[in-house]
Design a protein around this ligand. Structure first.
Ligand code: PBE
Length: 269
């Protein structure tokens, strides 16, 4: 049938992202749940995945990628998630802020801001658009904070200035996480903190926040994508879950709109 033709044209490949990310673990589950063993899930990176998507779309070729939203690719290209009737990828979820257990006591002002940080997909989209245009994360975060004083003032209300304490932020290697981290960094700097942000792989990131090597990260997609990290660290109280900083995120298999399939089941043999 038509979908089998697609599978051949796809070269039985699904373009993935970073090995070790929650999204890749979910993609492996999906391949098992839907009996898609005839597909090879390639690990790559956010940037390399978008490159492959870009050239496939240029040639109107079929492609399946491991994707998520918020992500600027949905603004640049006409894309759709494949339906996931078995919920192998879960459903919509929230992005949570995760903190080092000692943060509140050691740096109460930073804790307050980090705990208050909350925005939506449109806000994040404004920062991601700058990143896509090649603006460095620090500058993009600074610009957004300067342009959104009212919203930022809700996160800093009652917070006193500090003098040169250092805050370490951890982040994953994705634009969505760069955007959130850069914005919080700029807000903390305005209060007087020296802020460093470091990109880490998922497992290392959660470990770093548990150990206090990093004070917080904004990268926990819950309850689905990062469920195993949540179980390992948050349920053991090795880190503190400060709740959602953004709602309505989603991961799954993503294809161009022009493809004539709608469900993960259409990839079955
Ligand atoms: N993501 C984007 C990441 C987090 C941000 C959904 C690809 C992941 O944990 O897999």
């Amino acid at each position: 049938d038509g979908s089998a033709d697609y599978n051949e044209a796809l070269g039985y490949n699904i373009v993935g992202i970073d090995a070790g990310s929650g999204t890749m673990a979910a993609a492996e589950d999906a391949i098992n749940d839907y009996d898609l063993d005839h597909f090879d899930l390639q690990s790559s990176s956010d940037a390399a995945m978008v490159q492959e998507l870009d050239s496939a779309i240029e040639n109107e070729e079929p492609i399946v990628v491991v994707g998520w939203t918020p992500h600027w690719k949905f603004n640049t290209y006409d894309l759709k998630f494949l339906d996931d009737p078995q919920e192998a990828f879960g459903d919509t979820e929230d992005i949570h802020t995760i903190a080092y257990p000692g943060l509140e006591e050691e740096h109460p002002e930073a804790f307050e801001v980090i705990d208050n940080f909350y925005w939506d997909e449109d806000d994040m989209g404004e920062v991601m658009e700058m990143l896509e245009d090649g603006v460095e994360p620090e500058e993009a975060g600074r610009t957004w904070v300067d342009d959104n004083e009212d919203q930022v003032s809700e996160w800093t209300e009652g917070v006193e200035e500090v003098d040169g304490e250092t805050i370490e932020l951890g982040t994953g290697a994705w634009e969505s996480e760069f955007a959130a981290t850069a914005v919080v960094q700029a807000v903390l700097e305005d209060i007087g903190y020296d802020v460093n942000s470091t990109t880490m792989e998922t497992a290392i990131l959660w470990e770093a926040v548990a150990d206090g090597e990093a004070h917080a990260h904004f990268t926990a997609w819950l309850p689905y994508t990062n469920d195993s990290q949540y179980e390992e660290f948050a349920e053991e109280d090795d880190v503190v879950d400060l709740g959602p900083n953004l709602e309505d995120a989603r991961i799954g298999f993503v294809v161009p709109e022009y493809m004539d399939i709608d469900s993960i089941e259409d990839l079955q043999e």
